[in-house]
Design a protein around this ligand. Structure first.
Ligand code: HAM
Length: 428
């Protein structure tokens, strides 16, 4: 029979990897709630049009990466490729933005039919943040500083902040005209992709990874020359706050982002250690999106981080605070059918008495040696062993798996206190 496999670009996260994921998610939740951000959960499926209108019909995501299908009613639905559009849709639908500011976060899987490679998946996971209703550079700074705080907590020491301003739609459109003129004069040198983008989304030509176009792109007109006073002022104030906070950044005039909804500030946190897919976290301001979805003009800014890429970056990072976690504190081994039966109840009683303890009763097969091997593999600190003899005496052997010489024999009634004192010392 054919063996089933996960769909290409969609990965299982195995038990050995989940402690790092849980740690990352917990640190992120702590930092976000410290800053007053509240969780919102949106469906994974949305109407296709929601993404087409917000991300932009001529972006790579909408043109070629969405998982889109007709459901049984004939409606065109799409597995979300990102969270901002859904979050804004949800906020508008439930009146969250009406005369209010909102600080929101979400987490979960996103889907893009990209060519799978290291750091680029078809199902990947994001934690995203959206701050809605605040127009000033202070909130841009807050979301950026918040991400920097998370990196410090995780011990991620080599993330570089890249910053740019795309200006308002009006200045971007003036710039776009100049850029198209420039690219038209070099049409013969453009590759097929850039020629296509020249008509549909010329700013994206600047994003081309083709080395042959490098000098052409370098010499192209720069957006910052077209920024209006308001955008310029907003951006310089943001830079000043980041300077005051001591957060380093690189000004990158080529940073345009792959989604159409951005205006003014855009930013990315990158690392050199993950090859071509080095963007760990990215975002910016999107002041026009709420209005595009039929709401009142409402400023907003946010970002999303890719969890797979963050985990990979932390794996190679010396200062990482991700603990090498054991998944168990105590194991219980019983030898013989009567002891085995009694061990189920004993384990239950000990868990009730010490709810914070991670306690595994070994119900696997094999002799004492094999069970002990499993106890060592579980990384437990203590192993309780109960044979028929101990059962009759109402006692168990307690072994310290990290110090073989530390063995003791205790009555059932003494166990809870003993475990409490061992693990109270914080030596788990
Ligand atoms: P994005 O740049 O498309 O922005 O994605 C954000 C992050 O998700 C990327 O920096 C990367 O870490 C991760 N990511 C994206 N695609 C993949 C992939 N195929 N495989 C693995 N990781 C990936 C957004 O999604 C915006 N919604 C961010 C935002 C929120 N802007 C404002 N608010």
């Amino acid at each position: 029979m054919a063996k089933y496999q996960a769909i290409r670009g969609m990965h299982d996260v195995l038990p050995e990897a989940t402690p790092a994921w849980q740690y990352l998610e917990q640190c992120a939740k702590d930092v976000l709630s410290n800053h007053g951000y509240q969780e919102i959960r949106m469906p994974i499926l949305e109407m296709t049009e929601l993404f087409e209108r917000s991300i932009g019909a001529s972006t790579d995501i909408v043109e070629k990466e969405m998982y889109t299908f007709n459901d049984r009613n004939g409606d065109s639905l799409t597995l979300r490729p990102e969270g901002t559009a859904s979050c804004v849709r949800a906020g508008l639908e439930h009146g969250l933005f009406h005369n209010k500011t909102q600080r929101l976060w979400y987490s979960g899987p996103m889907f893009r039919h990209e060519k799978p490679q290291r750091g680029r998946l078809r199902q990947f996971h994001q934690i995203g943040v959206e701050a809605v209703g605040m127009a000033g550079p202070d909130i841009d700074a807050e979301v950026i500083l918040m991400s920097a705080q998370l990196w410090r907590r995780l011990g991620l020491t080599d993330a570089t902040l890249q910053l740019n301003s795309l200006g308002t739609p009006a200045c971007r459109s003036r710039y776009r005209d100049q850029l198209v003129d420039y690219l038209q004069t070099h049409y013969q040198r453009l590759d097929e992709d850039s020629r296509r983008r020249l008509n549909s989304n010329p700013l994206r030509v600047l994003d081309s990874k083709n080395p042959d176009l490098h000098d052409l792109i370098e010499a192209a007109p720069k957006l910052d020359a077209y920024l209006d006073d308001e955008s310029r002022d907003h951006f310089s104030q943001l830079c000043e706050i980041l300077n005051d906070a001591g957060v380093a950044y690189v000004l990158n005039p080529r940073l345009v982002r792959g989604l159409d909804y951005y205006s003014k500030t855009v930013f990315e946190w990158t690392t050199d250690r993950l090859g071509a897919q080095g963007t760990l976290c990215a975002g910016g301001r999107y002041d026009g999106l709420v209005e595009l979805f039929g709401g009142r003009p409402t400023p907003a800014v946010g970002f999303a981080m890719g969890l797979e890429r963050l985990i990979a970056a932390l794996e190679g990072c010396e200062a990482s605070t991700v603990p090498q976690q054991s998944y168990c504190d105590v194991t219980l081994i019983a030898i013989g059918p009567a002891a085995r039966r009694r061990s189920v109840v004993l384990a239950d009683q000990l868990r009730e008495a010490l709810p914070q303890l991670r306690f595994i009763a070994d119900f696997g097969s094999g002799n004492l040696k094999r069970q002990l091997k499993r106890a060592y593999d579980s990384n437990a600190r203590l192993c309780l062993v109960m044979g028929e003899e101990e059962l009759v005496a109402g006692r168990v052997n307690v072994r310290d798996l990290r110090h073989a010489e530390l063995q003791t024999n205790l009555a059932f009634s003494e166990l809870a206190d003993h475990l409490r004192s061992v693990f109270a010392q914080g030596s788990v």
